[in-house]
Design a protein around this ligand. Sequence first.
Ligand code: MG
Ligand code: MG
Length: 275
Amino acid sequence: MVYYKTEEEVELIRKSCLLVCKALAEVASSIKPGVTGLQMDLIAEELIKDHSALPAFKGYRGFPATLCISINDQVVHGIPTDQVFKDGDIVSIDCGTYMNEFFGDSAYTFALGEISKEKMQLLEVTNTSLYKGIAAAVAGQRIGDIGFAVQDYCEKTYKYGVVRELVGHGIGRSLHESPEVPNYGKRGRGSKLKEGLVIAIEPMVNLGRKEVKQLDDGWTVASKDGSISAHYEHTICVQKDKALILSDHTLIEAQIEKNPNVNSIAIRSSEMTSV
Ligand code: MG
Ligand code: MG
């Protein structure tokens, strides 16, 4: 069952998404080599609770934390630990909130300290692919057009591995609603996108091959070949000519700008209106 949202519902989802990005921005201002995932998790959880909201992931199917923190070859769903972040780490952080009966969901990948050009390019390409997917998410197009846009850019142009096992999703009164939004696909295939459809688009892209494995903790997904992975996510609403982006990465990037321990990706989200 696909639930199309009213304008009022879209605004409530936007509020939840903005709180997610505020939490990620708070993390962005304090993340650096030497801090731990657990410390970042506490910062995000306190900020969310200060806004009378709930962290959406904590307790979701038994997940123990507010943030999913996935380091280097970890793709998604990493559990925050007391492991200290190191210079050169690639840290993907996913966050969700629940407020006014609606969920918000967004993710961003942080590059700590000295980072190779090869790794920075993966982050930039993954982030750009997110906006290519968003550009395809307009009424009248199909789900496959979104996946095609992401996959074509990452695989054809850059030979990266686009993860198949995990996908984007509808979002609203539930954290995960129909439809599934794969990051791969064929043009013109899949269900038709209609105005009011709210979905999270979230490319997960490996520097090496696309295959992933599940770690023994039962949550963390990592690349099979050990190559690093990046993950960016926006919640958007499908409209007539151009999708409305409900989450806001400019809040995160403004903090990265001021944090000397985090590298900025070359292309800012504020410039990514159409690609
Ligand atoms: Mg997410
Ligand atoms: Mg999501």
